[in-house]
Ligand binder design. Structure first.
Ligand code: UD1
Length: 422
């Protein structure tokens, strides 16, 4: 087990290159199951979750080659030798369930463990299953395994209304629908940029998809898909986390390889907090000169404020003079970081789905634990602004989603090192 040791930072300065989006790469990797031809993906971040997904795909018979230096993956699902996910790999990561849609579409069956993942609420898969059921798939749950299969000649296109615009359910149903007979309409679909990136990749494979990025996605099933080459979009959550680092340290940094359009809700909340952004030819500049101001924010599906940035903004609120209110509407139980921030001196009161934060003058370095991926990112940010030294344990959570975070922060002037955790 390793930990991060972090000292209070000077304002961060410099350029940082943002990696490919984990949450776009994972469904796109799963989509490669839809064709027997070669797929080539660029800008794939060499993260633990990506390696888990590749291992899972290999278990199905997919040949994979990951050139981590070039951040490029070549995959070929020539022959699918098994539709039964190896429990060991699938359980560590919720995104493993994204293989269900492609397997159902191509093989008419799949057997995937109930997914694991971040400790942020119950995270059911009922919306995925309702979508598959509408398209003609049966499922049964036995010993923690979800077994799916279709009868009477495979999946059929249908209208699927999602009770909530779930990102994963939209992706799974969209992938399943590419090879279904007839037209599928996903209503109240998620509109996240990662959905559009997956749709773009599927179109390159020959899929007929329109409406991605809106609340209604229409997929006309085709007989077969072919190989394709694609570059994964930049990670808007990694970008947002570095923006928060500039904000909390009063720094001035330029993010390279970002799409400002994907960051609109984050940019808007930073502006409210007195943090400026500017689009330059070389990237997105983020800087703060005056004092941080308190914020009022509510997480929402895209284009609302992303739940995956909520913890990082709580770190900002913890040192912004005045009262901030943060409401989490996407996940229940996504305030685990609040307890750790309190250990660093933050004044936070949780009332159901809202957190009321009274900004303090300064946080104090402490021994804290990353309880999940984004909670871990929030602790890093708080540590950069805290007096003295902070030790963050369980950093494997952070490594699921941030590529070379300590090297990137160090290059901007942060004092962060990785040590053995005894
Ligand atoms: C994805 C992201 C995750 C992000 C989340 C919301 C990936 C790999 N992960 O997760 O980082 O935080 O979107 O932006 O892309 N729900 C149900 N039933 C379902 C599915 C979801 O009730 O069948 C609920 C969940 O419990 C949650 C909400 O819907 O409360 C949102 O979940 P969803 O959008 O599905 O998130 P994920 O796809 O798991």
């Amino acid at each position: 087990m390793e930990k991060f040791v972090i000292h209070k930072a000077q304002p961060l300065y410099g350029h940082v290159k943002i990696s490919g989006a984990k949450n776009a790469a994972l469904p796109i990797l799963a989509a490669c199951l839809l064709t027997s031809e070669v797929c080539i993906l660029h800008n794939v971040p060499p993260l633990r979750d990506v390696e888990e997904m590749l291992a899972l795909l290999e278990g199905f018979g997919v040949k994979t080659e990951f050139d981590k230096t070039k951040e490029m993956v070549q995959l070929q699902a020539g022959e699918i030798i098994s539709c039964d996910a190896m429990q060991a790999h699938a359980q560590t990561m919720r995104a493993s369930f994204l293989t269900a849609g492609p397997l159902l579409a191509r093989m008419q069956k799949a057997k995937i463990p109930m997914p694991g993942g971040c400790q942020i609420g119950s995270r059911p898969i009922d919306l995925h299953l309702k979508g598959f059921a509408a398209m003609g798939a049966n499922h049964k749950l036995e010993h923690g395994l979800v077994e799916l299969n279709t009868k009477n000649g495979g999946l059929r296109g249908k209208t699927v209304y999602l009770d909530f615009p779930s990102v994963g359910a939209t992706e799974n149903i969209m992938m399943a629908a590419t090879l279904a007979k007839g037209t599928t309409r996903i209503e109240n679909a998620a509109a996240e940029p990662e959905i559009c990136d997956l749709a773009e990749f599927l179109r390159k494979m020959g899929a007929q998809i329109t409406g991605d990025g809106t609340d209604t996605i229409v997929i006309d099933g085709v007989a077969a898909l072919h190989g394709a080459e694609h570059t994964v979009i930049p990670d808007r959550i990694e970008a947002g986390t570095f923006m928060a680092a500039a904000a909390i340290t009063g720094g001035d940094i330029v993010l390279e390889d970002v799409k400002a359009d994907h960051l609109k809700p984050v940019i808007a909340k930073l502006a409210e907090s007195n943090v400026k952004t500017e689009i330059l030819p070389e990237g997105l500049r983020v800087y703060r000169k005056g004092k941080l101001r308190p914020i009022q924010l509510k997480t929402m599906p895209f284009p609302g404020f992303p739940t995956d940035m909520q913890a990082q903004f709580m770190s900002i609120a913890a040192v912004a003079k005045g009262t901030s209110v943060i409401t989490e509407t996407v996940f229940e139980n996504r305030f685990l970081h609040a307890g750790e921030l309190q250990r660093m001196g933050a004044d936070i009161k949780i009332d159901s789905r809202s957190a009321v934060i009274e900004g303090v003058e300064e946080l104090t370095g402490s021994k804290v634990r990353a309880t999940d991926l984004r909670a871990g990112a929030a602790l890093i940010l708080s540590a950069l602004a805290a007096k003295g030294e902070t030790e963050i344990s369980d950093i494997y959570h952070i490594e699921r989603g941030y590529y070379h975070i300590e090297e990137k922060l160090r290059a901007l002037g942060a004092e962060i090192s990785r040590q053995e955790d005894s």
